[in-house]
Design a protein around this ligand. Structure first.
Ligand SMILES: [Zn+2]
Ligand SMILES: [Zn+2]
Ligand SMILES: [Zn+2]
Length: 871
């Protein structure tokens, strides 16, 4: 036939290259617009050319000229390439009429129907007759039907290399006829399909077929393939009672339509279902269900029986298997012994009544993308120097721990998702030393990570969150490394170290936990450094019950309670931390809290920067304590402590409060720029204050009040915006060798009845603003307002009021209360209530209205922490 239309002749190869279910139904032959649209242009012909073809062209029209085809390869046509041009254009002249008819007149549809009665070998032979036959004999539909008949898969399965089997949907693979290519790759396979032997031993076909798995394996052993493992296809059904010991390189793979693994079940009751042993280097088991279902009535012990057992010196690949064990002892999968190194991937080990996966006795192996869930015991056990690699496994809803490493177990665990287990997500015990990176450990019904009894381990870059107990527990001489983890939203604390726990806790981000970010307790002694501990619903770091620890360079901030609490005999060392912006105290020592607080930056707390009480006796040295919305340091209720070389500044209230029987020692501190007094000692406070520089504070440099008895030596108190030292209300003091100068309200101001011991002080160049105001006839309220308390002579007016709490300055007495009945109260710290406008009469020296000041008789009270004692 002449090639009347080149465009038409281009049409056919396009058809032949359709992928997947490319066969055009004979009854639907005119529907070419759809088939063109669905074809790819991998041959380089633009789609517009394809779409321009006349719709009436038959799909197998080889009577028109075709482009050249490449040669065959390996006896099978390489369908990625075009078939060889094999027909001479002139043969028709010499052909007998029947052959001519067959080749040139018989329609494609009829040929296709004839071919559909043939089997794979005949089709291969036919495809070598001529290019028209080749094309029709390679029809996707013909091969798909043949393929289903033999292999049963819905999607073609490829075996590109030993131990690798993959389903690739026809439209996604590069082969022109994926069914035929899969057939080719799997052709050497041995089929186990009970009662279906005739299907495999039909005329024109010789495929190995057996009725049992064991006979198929025996056949494979006796007839080894050269260079590649034998393949045994297990077709749909339940195979019971066969104990499969595999010690050669054979591949066992399920074969069924639909979900393959669910359809092919290997089940055993008396012992292990499948076992790989020495020699199974490149063995494979895939797309199978393995069940071990011991008889509950039997008395046989099943501790050593498993669904799947991998022994010494073998490295099989187990892929896409469903593994179920109802044995209440042992494990579903056991990998043990030197040289045991399987690849177990995409398996589903769930709903077992024992441990899911057990790796022990020096075994290795790679375990990836498995689903391990709802097992009665641990999801995974790793023990006795086993060192598996486990990646991207999903381990959840276990009725015990998620992963348990113990008795010197090792392992590398990466990117596993571990959640909703009833016990800890990851447990380490008894010398185990796993490496755990980039895992997510969350929503555990107890804690996240539990390391105990000399456990070790490296936990790096994990996300540990939303667990019911602490994110990380470390106890009983364990010493893990916890580095760069995110530990957050726990329903208790972040990291909890107790019972002589140790550990290196560094560079973690710990936040939003319901209890302390880090808790150190009962003789534990961890190193905690470079962590961020913040936005806890409780405190930041809590050290109690003889806790120790080296706590360095952490940032502790924005916690609801104290930044750091130290109590009950604890002696941690805190250095160079930034502790700030807490909603209560910065660092809180109470009930015999001790330890060292050195070179920390403590600022912007709602309560005091540092509080010391009830027998606590810390060393506090070289810190900056500043910017607090209350005082700098509060020592009370019998608190002690050595405060040395600290800088305490810019606090809203006193730099240091000492009250209620406290007796700290303050040496060489700088206490300055306070928005209230420098040091305020009252309610029986004591203390030894030596060589401190106290300057530029808004109120008295040192206020000593209400039965207090401190000793001040060699201090410098200067540039204050009120008095240098004020002593009042039955306090006394020993003042030796102090320098008091350039204070606005005077140097040393003593209230009536106060008699301190005063030796060798230098008091000079003070401004005496109070005296000047008195001399100038001003009301003292003018220089004090209601926020400070200039010490001077104060009076009461019996004509104007009756309460003893009000006081009136001498100038107001002379002017505003002239002619009234007045009496002298005493020389002491007051402000003038007449000037403040709180009396009935109008002050004539002070026009401005002022607030009620009845309650502001003394410096404001320090705020004490009400931190809850929860552990
Ligand atoms: Zn006055
Ligand atoms: Zn009066
Ligand atoms: Zn007045």
């Amino acid at each position: 036939m002449p090639s009347a239309s080149y465009g038409s002749s281009r049409y056919y190869p396009r058809r032949s290259r359709r992928k997947g279910n490319s066969r055009v139904s004979v009854s639907n032959r005119n529907n070419t617009a759809e088939t063109c649209a669905s074809g790819s242009s991998s041959n380089g012909i633009p789609t517009t050319v394809m779409n321009s073809q006349p719709p009436h062209n038959p799909p197998y029209d080889l009577r028109r000229k075709s482009p050249p085809y490449p040669v065959l390869e390996n006896g099978f046509p390489n369908l990625r390439k075009r078939p060889r041009r094999s027909c001479s254009v002139n043969t028709d002249i010499f052909s007998p009429p029947a052959a001519h008819y067959l080749q040139y007149e018989l329609p494609d549809e009829v040929l296709l129907t004839i071919f559909s009665y043939l089997l794979e070998k005949d089709l291969c032979r036919l495809s070598q007759v001529c290019k028209r036959f080749q094309t029709i004999a390679n029809d996707n539909g013909l091969w798909k039907r043949l393929y289903h008949n033999i292999f049963e898969y819905d999607i073609p399965l490829f075996n590109p290399e030993p131990c690798k089997f993959e389903f690739i949907p026809p439209n996604d693979c590069e082969y022109a006829n994926p069914w035929k290519e899969s057939f080719r790759q799997l052709y050497r396979g041995i089929h186990v399909r009970p009662g279906q032997g005739s299907r495999y031993k039909a005329r024109g076909r010789s495929l190995a077929h057996f009725d049992t798995v064991q006979t198929a394996l025996d056949h494979a052993d006796e007839n080894p393939s050269t260079g590649v493992p034998s393949i045994v296809f297990l077709h749909a059904g339940t195979y019971r009672g066969e104990f499969l010991v595999i010690d050669t390189d054979v591949a066992l793979i399920g074969a069924a339509p639909g979900n393959v693994a669910e359809a092919v079940v290997l089940e055993r009751q008396s012992g292990s279902t499948m076992m790989f042993g020495d020699g199974a280097k490149s063995a494979y088991a895939g797309h199978l269900t393995l069940k071990f279902t011991p008889d509950v009535a039997s008395t046989v012990l099943h501790h050593k029986h498993y669904c799947l057992e991998v022994g010494e010196n073998c490295s099989p690949t187990i892929d896409h298997c469903i593994i179920r064990s109802t044995s209440v002892v042992g494990a579903a999968v056991c990998v043990s012994g030197q040289g045991a190194a399987p690849i177990i991937k995409h398996c589903d080990i769930s709903d077992c009544e024992n441990v899911g996966l057990y790796v022990t006795d020096y075994a290795h192996g790679t375990y990836e993308d498995n689903e391990i869930s709802r097992n009665a015991l641990a999801g995974i056990w790793v023990k006795n120097y086993a060192n598996p690699i486990m990646r991207r496994n999903h381990i959840h809803h276990g009725r015990d721990v998620g992963i348990f490493t113990f008795d010197n177990g090792l392992g590398f665990f990466e990117a596993n998702d571990i959640h909703n287990n009833r016990i800890a997500g990851f447990e380490v015990k008894a010398g185990a030393n796993p490496t755990v990176v980039q895992c997510e450990i969350h929503h555990g019904q107890t804690g996240g990570i539990y390391v105990h009894e000399n456990g070790l381990g490296q936990f790096i870059d994990n996300r540990i969150h939303s667990n019911n107990f602490a994110g990380v527990w470390i106890t009983s001489n364990s010493n893990p490394t916890i580095r760069r983890n995110e530990i957050y939203n726990g329903q208790q604390g972040g990291v909890y170290i107790f019972g002589e726990g140790r550990g290196l806790i560094e560079h973690n981000n710990i936040y939003g936990n319901a209890l302390a970010g880090i808790q150190i307790r009962t003789n534990s002694d961890p190193i905690v450094r470079h962590n961020k501990i913040h936005h806890g619903q409780h405190g930041g770091i809590y050290v109690h019950e003889k806790g120790e620890g080296l706590i360095e360079e952490n940032e502790v901030y924005a916690n609801t309670l104290a930044g750091v609490w130290i109590t009950t005999g604890s002696t941690p060392v805190l250095r160079r931390n930034r502790i700030h912006s807490g909603k209560q105290v910065g660092v809180y020592f109470y009930d015999n809290g001790h330890g060292k607080l050195e070179d920390n930056d403590i600022f912007n707390h709602l309560y005091s920067g540092v509080q010391i009480r009830t027998g606590s006796n810390p060393v506090i040295r070289g810190n900056k304590i500043w910017g607090g919305q209350n005082g700098g340091v509060l020592v009370y209720n019998g608190g002690l402590g050595l405060l040395e070389q600290n800088e305490i500044f810019d606090n809203a209230m006193a730099g240091v409060w000492i009250k209620t029987d406290s007796n700290p020692t303050l040496k060489r501190n700088k206490i300055f720029d306070g928005r209230d007094g420098g040091i305020c000692i009252f309610n029986g406070g004591k203390g030894i204050l030596e060589e401190n520089d106290i300057f530029r504070n808004a109120q008295a440099g040192v206020l000593i009040s209400t039965q207090s008895h401190p000793v001040l030596r060699h201090n410098r108190i200067f540039d204050g915006l009120a008095a240098g030292i004020e002593i009042t209300l039955n306090a006394t003091a020993t003042l030796e060798n102090n320098q008091i100068f350039n204070n606005r309200f005077g140097g040393l101001c003593l209230a009536t009845g106060v008699n301190p011991i005063v030796r060798c002080n230098k008091i000079f160049s003070n401004q005496d603003a109070v005296e000047k105001a008195v001399r100038n006839g001003q009301c003292l309220y003018k220089i004090s307002s209601y926020t400070s308390f200039p010490m001077h002579d104060f009076y009461r007016c019996q004509t104007c009021n009756t309460t003893g709490r009000n006081a009136i300055c001498v100038n107001c007495i002379k002017t505003c209360h002239a002619g009234h009945e007045v009496e002298f109260v005493r020389h002491d710290r007051f402000f003038c209530d007449c000037g403040a406008g709180t009396l009935c009469n109008q002050c004539q020296l002070q026009g401005e209205p002022a607030q009620d000041t009845d309650t502001l008789y003394d410096s404001a009270e320090p705020m004490e922490s009400h931190t809850l004692m929860v552990n």
